[in-house]
Design a protein around this ligand. Sequence first.
Ligand SMILES: Cc1cc2nc3c(=O)[nH]c(=O)nc-3n(C[C@H](O)[C@H](O)[C@H](O)COP(=O)(O)OP(=O)(O)OC[C@H]3O[C@@H](n4cnc5c(N)ncnc54)[C@H](O)[C@@H]3O)c2cc1C
Length: 429
Amino acid sequence: MKNKKHLVIIGAGFAGLKIARMLNNHPAYKITLIDKNNYHQFQPLLYQVAMANLDASNISFPLRIIFEKSRNVSIRVASVTNIDMEKNKIETANENFVYDYLVIATGAITNYFGNKSIEENTHSMKSTWEALQIRNTLLQHFENAVSKKENILSVVIVGGGPTGVELSGALAEMKKDSLPFEYPELDFSKMKIYLLEGTSKLLSNMSSISSKKAKEYLTKLGVIVKTDTIVKSYDGLKLELNNATQIESSFVIWAAGVKGNLASGIDPQLITKSSQLKTDIYNRVISSNNVFAVGDVAFIQTEIHPRGFPQLASVAIDQAKNVANNFVLMAQEKTIQPYEYKNKGNLATIGRNKAVVDLKNPKISFQGFFAWLIWMTLHLFLLMGFKNRVIVFINWIYKYFTHRQSLALLFEPLTHKITKTTSALNSSQ
Ligand SMILES: Cc1cc2nc3c(=O)[nH]c(=O)nc-3n(C[C@H](O)[C@H](O)[C@H](O)COP(=O)(O)OP(=O)(O)OC[C@H]3O[C@@H](n4cnc5c(N)ncnc54)[C@H](O)[C@@H]3O)c2cc1C
């Protein structure tokens, strides 16, 4: 290990994990992979955890298992609190690390655009934990509605991108297929599901034909889709909208924007308005030779993409492959290669047999069962771990034939016990 360069990677999402795996056992690097979770999470299927279709463990993979045989990758489960690019040092609560090279792959967080009322009162869905909270809150509400004879709630999903579309479609199917059987005491015709979108169309990064089809599918499923609708404020009970109207709801999911997720310490001049790190086409942070930003947290401006690349798993993975290859080239003292995003197409699912696909080459759009099969195959392929793929596939087959949610379980954390154990652990350190 002596002459190896120390490469610290912050974040074991799509980008960070790919780089660590590609450089696993590389003789030139000693790698420290740091993530605040001890697992990699597959965000594209979070909505299925939230809607009780999948178990959290089906879309999460323990980092220590991935690298259990590695000779050069060490894992640290910690949150990086500060990055000092001048001293080549990063800080976590328990340990500091000095690096030769740093890869920042900390992804994105929910963007509330500075609106405190929305931030404080809505649910977001950027992590497995948040998806589980959505599931728990929803199921608890139905339990309360039965026992306390409360009114059934309206759910509002804000943001008509893939997350909002997929979430509202899955919830509409749950309302139709599962909930009336599980809660025969409740009248689900009173439950409204709204999908609000600020621009004039859903899935704004897709073709008009796909966007229209998605709206048509959702409307058929009973979702009330409102485009050109911006939420001004939300007090936990009522949403105030731009067109001077209101919607009453105590359950709002905010899926209307993301911004880069950065630890403190970075020169503000290197950070864009959307909190991403400005990097060159080699993913090197501007004015640095040894710090790289990859994935959702990176902002790369090219002639073809003046507004940066889309924040997608496929982009994060492709960038990561290029960065990992460049680390190999650097070790061989060869010239590193630039990265440019090539859009191969986009897709989104709305529900059973309902998906939309836009391909770039050939330029075609199609919808329905075949598009849905493609969506499923791609997601299974991207999911980490053979066991997870098999379990997810079985869950989907089960749901396809039974129309039922198999995992409508309410897990309550035992907060007082957790607090006791944590303080005991802390005092023993
Ligand atoms: C609900 C949802 C649905 C999506 N659906 C799709 C889809 O269908 N298709 C698609 O292509 N993309 C989709 N995306 C986007 C895709 O998930 C992201 O583009 C992708 O995860 C970006 O990868 P990344 O490696 O940059 O970041 P991430 O995958 O977000 O990984 C970041 C990692 O950094 C860790 N981290 C963050 N801060 C710290 C810190 N301070 N210290 C230590 N660790 C830290 C996090 O725990 C995380 O593991 C979806 C995203 C969401 C939220």
